[in-house]
Design a protein around this ligand. Structure first.
Ligand code: URA
Length: 209
């Protein structure tokens, strides 16, 4: 069964409060999402494998550790996921970035893929799929389907705020995917917004309404 990690680090929680605040403007909102994405990336990469090399310090030769060259792919779900990419890239600059775009079919309300572009070596990469909000889980489940269909074997899902419904959907349909969140909120309202949430993440990131 996939694990759920809630990052209760004080810096993440502090910044998240201002991200939630409706009086936070677009510029500050974007900067805060970027900063929280960096902090979350620090935690999410805790299990990255290391190998030892020899290094010569000014004092003597020594063995020391470096990342063992694991290939990482970051995949934002369009469009709000884009707001988290640069923050992760600050810590993992060698990662490649794919994109998955989904829209909701007005009749069935199911997410339909309209765009997918991934690094060519999908099977060799560990993927971090990102979307600030995990609401019903429909988009996240479909994006994971899309990654797996193209050969992805190791996927982590990272978001700022999740609703219990979304977490359950991923756990049930993709039990191999671990979920990393900054806050687990109460519920979804009748319009599909997370309560208390932060409103529409895409609109707040890009200044649209
Ligand atoms: N997407 C958002 O941007 N906000 C929500 O509350 C739910 C889904």
């Amino acid at each position: 069964m996939g694990k759920v990690f809630v990052f209760d680090h004080p810096l993440i929680q502090h910044k998240l409060t201002f991200i939630r605040d409706k009086n936070t403007g677009t510029k500050e909102f974007r900067e805060l999402v970027d900063e929280v994405a960096t902090l979350m990336a620090f935690e999410i990469t805790r299990d990255m494998p290391l190998r030892e090399i020899e290094v010569e310090t000014p004092v003597r030769k020594s063995k020391s550790k470096i990342l063992s060259g694991k290939k990482i792919g970051i995949v934002p779900i369009l469009r709000a996921g884009i707001g988290m990419v640069d923050g992760i890239l600050k810590l993992i600059p060698a990662a490649k970035v794919g994109h998955i775009g989904l829209y909701r079919d007005p009749k069935t309300l199911k997410p339909i893929e309209y765009y997918a572009k991934l690094p060519s070596d999908v099977e060799e990469r560990d993927f971090i799929l990102v979307d600030p909000m995990l609401a019903t889980g429909g988009s996240a489940v479909e994006a994971i389907n899309s990654l797996k269909k193209r050969g992805a074997k190791h996927i982590k899902f990272m978001c700022l705020i999740a609703a219990p419904e979304g977490v359950e959907a991923i756990k049930e349909l993709h039990p191999d995917v671990d979920i990393f969140i900054a806050a687990l909120d109460e519920k979804l309202n009748e319009k599909g917004y997370i309560v208390p949430g932060l409103g529409d993440a895409g609109d707040r990131l890009f200044g649209t309404k």
